[in-house]
Design a protein around this ligand. Structure first.
Ligand SMILES: C[S@@+](CC[C@H](N)C(=O)[O-])C[C@H]1O[C@@H](n2cnc3c(N)ncnc32)[C@H](O)[C@@H]1O
Length: 244
């Protein structure tokens, strides 16, 4: 299995067309929709999606992409894990909505001008030496020592993906630095603020890394809950969309 150094892959993924097939996937290799998924879907209600174009980065099971399509958006969904691509295509067909699903690293998306970009990236801080993979659940949450390996990339590429009046919704944990994301988005030329927040008990992955997170100063030793947030970012009308 190819390996990755941190968040975004150091292997080249094909950017497939929506029609290109991937091998039949295994749903056990796909991130099951969780609290973060639900919070992001809840935040969709703040955007008028009727007739809008939407890009769902890191689509996983496709739950967010399908929620957008059911609200009237023309959705493109992207994931670098072929199991996720297959699962999203099957879920969209089951729910009777059209979603263009691409097998690609998020950095390779070359379409621009989306009215809405959504993303639930991997964001769990990951100790050096932890097993890594470019497919499957490990790939869905491991995000480098500070949890920002994918988040930093997403913040940097959003301006060129968004339409002039476009909006982005990103979900993440406080463990990966909410202020850092807001600052990175502003640095990239966007307006940014937290629009949803929920306190949730640690899941098994964070629980298993508790000692490390305390050691790294990312967690208080008495905590058993983490806050997850949705950050909304918007292009400032008239500003340039180009960035890295
Ligand atoms: C936390 S899961 C989110 C799944 C889904 N959007 C949800 O909310 O339930 C993260 C997803 O990001 C995908 N992923 C990780 N790194 C990626 C990258 N560099 N480019 C595209 N997808 C990536 C993983 O394969 C995984 O399916």
């Amino acid at each position: 299995m190819p390996r990755i150094a941190g968040g975004t892959a150091d292997v080249a993924f094909p950017l497939t067309s929506p029609d290109a097939s991937v091998a039949p996937g295994n749903d056990r290799e796909v991130y099951r929709p969780q609290e973060d998924t639900g919070l992001l879907i809840d935040a969709l209600s703040s955007v008028d999606l009727s007739g809008a174009t939407m890009l769902d980065l890191c689509t996983g099971s496709g739950a967010v992409a399908i929620a957008g399509a059911l609200r009237g958006a023309a959705v493109t969904a992207v994931d670098s894990c072929p199991h996720a691509v297959d699962a999203t295509r099957r879920a969209a067909a089951r729910d009777g909505v059209g979603v263009a699903v691409m097998w690609s690293d998020l950095t390779a998306v070359d379409q621009t001008g989306f009215d809405l970009v959504t993303c639930n990236p991997p964001y769990v801080p990951t100790p050096p030496g932890t097993e890594s993979s470019v497919v499957g659940p490990i790939h869905a949450w491991n995000a480098g020592p500070d949890g920002r390996a994918v988040l930093d990339v997403v913040c940097a590429i959003l301006p060129r993906l968004l339409a002039e009046h476009g909006t982005a919704l990103i979900v993440q944990s406080e463990l990966a630095g909410v202020d850092t994301s807001v600052a990175a988005l502003r640095h990239a030329g966007l307006r940014a603020k937290v629009v949803r927040e929920r306190l949730i008990p640690f899941g098994p992955v964070v629980e298993s890394r508790r000692a490390l997170l305390i050691r790294e100063g990312l967690l208080d030793s008495t905590s058993d809950k983490e806050s997850i947030v949705v950050i909304r970012a918007q292009r400032i009308p008239g500003s340039a969309g180009a960035s890295t």
